[in-house]
Design a protein around this ligand. Sequence first.
Ligand code: SF4
Length: 398
Amino acid sequence: MESPDEDLISMYQKIKDIDDTATPAVKALFGMLPEELKGLMEELGQKSYRAGQLAEALYRQRVTGFEEMTALPVALREELEAQGYGVGMPELVQTARSVDGTERYLVRLADGETVETVWMPDGDGGERGDGSEAAAEEEAAEGLEGNAGPRRDMRNVGALERNGYSRATICISSQVGCAVNCQFCLTAKLGIKRNLTAGEIAGQVAAVLNRHGVKIGRDRINLVFMGMGEPFLNSIRKFAEEPLRPKLALSLNASNDVVREQVMPITRKWNIAALLEAVQTLPLGKREWVTFEYVLLGGINDQPEHAREVLELLQGKKAKVNLIVWNPGPGIDYHQPKPEDVAVFQKLLIDGGLPAYIRRPRGRDIYAACGQLKRTVESSPAAGAALVEIAPAASPRG
Ligand code: SF4
């Protein structure tokens, strides 16, 4: 039998093969590390402090073209351009705006590939119960107690008045397409094309921050890797060793391996027991909970017996469950769960001692919600074209 590692290697090989064929229009400066910028400046016979100025322009000022790099001499900017360099920050080429304020962007990368990124003013409640500061704010705003006891309302009132949101969430993509093939997800229909580079991932954030005039240090932003692609695959154990570790949210989506294999075929390689074993290696802080995401699919995984199985699986663990009512998409043959089944499911978990929250769906009308990211617009605008704004559409289904 093929081992999980062999499977993973072939998945990565597939991604790498396509990577090698990518031909970026410019050599992107955005994404280069400080030492790489320093090396580049040395190559061009420049003083090393120029690398600092370049980094400042790219990552603090978030410039999008050489003309904005006013701290650098014109001759140096011309030299960089002549050598084929460009800022190379991903471009927002299309945006669809939901009635709830969520925006979904089609983001074009330097080699012409596109991914999707989502802006959610005030998030979707996904952090509730995970012990984070964002969770405390969410819980306080909703009058919930949270895992760490009663909280005072720490919402950023100034930001709320100024921006219309207290804290926004940006949902970013990590791959062009996805190889994991979850059956309820539109992104899976794209297959996998390639991994994004670190610069392309950070660039999505920078482009969205620019669009909303976000000032770092003043406005508050959450980042979630829940867009297109699976940033983890086999790396939970490595993640556990990181000194600076973001919160972990895992897609459970079923209460036993039989159902999970149907909705997430990757379960055949890494079953629920293997997943939970990897989670056990996480050194959790005092107020840290691991989030298990659970997409409720009508008649498939949303019945009381499933809730009881979830309780059994997570008993005694520092865990919380985010319940996500499945977001419909064309060509996907699942049904939304009945509201009463969702309520019973949540109650069973809570009564069993497991914190359970229902995620607020954001941007369903523009296909920006969980599992809905796919390039729904076939022809993306040509390079240099103005950003295309799309008005909210009627709800896609259900
Ligand atoms: S749900 Fe996530 S991991 Fe699964 S196919 Fe969609 S993008 Fe990939």
